[in-house]
Write a protein that binds this ligand. Sequence first.
Ligand SMILES: *[C@@H]1O[C@H](CO)[C@@H](O)[C@H](O)[C@H]1NC(C)=O
Ligand SMILES: *[C@@H]1O[C@H](CO)[C@@H](O)[C@H](O)[C@H]1NC(C)=O
Length: 224
Amino acid sequence: MWSDNRIPVQSTPAHDHPIKRHHSARYYAHRVKENLTTRVSKLICAIFLFLLFLVGLLTFILWLSLRPHRPRFHIEEFSIPALAHAGGFENAEIIYNLTTRNVNQNIGVYYDSMQMTVFYEDQSIGGKPLLFPFYQEPKNTTVIAGPLGGASLTVTNQRWEQFLAARGRGEVVFRVEVTSIIRFKISTWNSKHHRMHANCPAGVGPDGLILPIYRDKRCPVYFS
Ligand SMILES: *[C@@H]1O[C@H](CO)[C@@H](O)[C@H](O)[C@H]1NC(C)=O
Ligand SMILES: *[C@@H]1O[C@H](CO)[C@@H](O)[C@H](O)[C@H]1NC(C)=O
């Protein structure tokens, strides 16, 4: 044990200031004690650092497993039957069906409010509040479906002409945006409110029905 830790009697090149010979016994006893103290404090330091590392690792693993995932939105259906006829748009209606899935294993989602807006060339052509406040269990898929028409749809004559022109070129591309205020429920703890946006492109063909390439697509989701 002591063999590798002998008291240096002679100066070695490693020392900054060479040790003079002919020291008293008390001097050497003091150095042994000093040496021991350094070793003990080094050991305590090492144990402390290791514990710190362990706590950090556990926190990281916990965070990875508890970290909430954002809900997943898909667009299943979107159509404007009135587009199939050359006639007017007075009774035009959008039929929509979106789904939102809570992909989390143990985390619930409160939707405190939800608003849908439909855009054409980045200008709103209508919208309405959706659902009532609801709580979504882990792994649950909720359907958001219905018609959007009447006062909720604000299409002008001029805009309808633009739709018809686009229809003539093969597709009319809309964008459905669903803005929700959500909270995550982790065990008994509720997170703060987050404003979440899901953006779904929806192109309809000349028959007024959603084109296959837009159907059942996952919509990008971001927070603001
Ligand atoms: C909406 O789409 C989902 C998934 O395809 C389907 O299960 C559901 O029946 C549809 N709901 C309506 C009202 O169309
Ligand atoms: C998801 O939750 C809603 C509301 O609680 C419920 O009506 C629906 O049946 C659930 N869906 C599934 C797939 O469990």
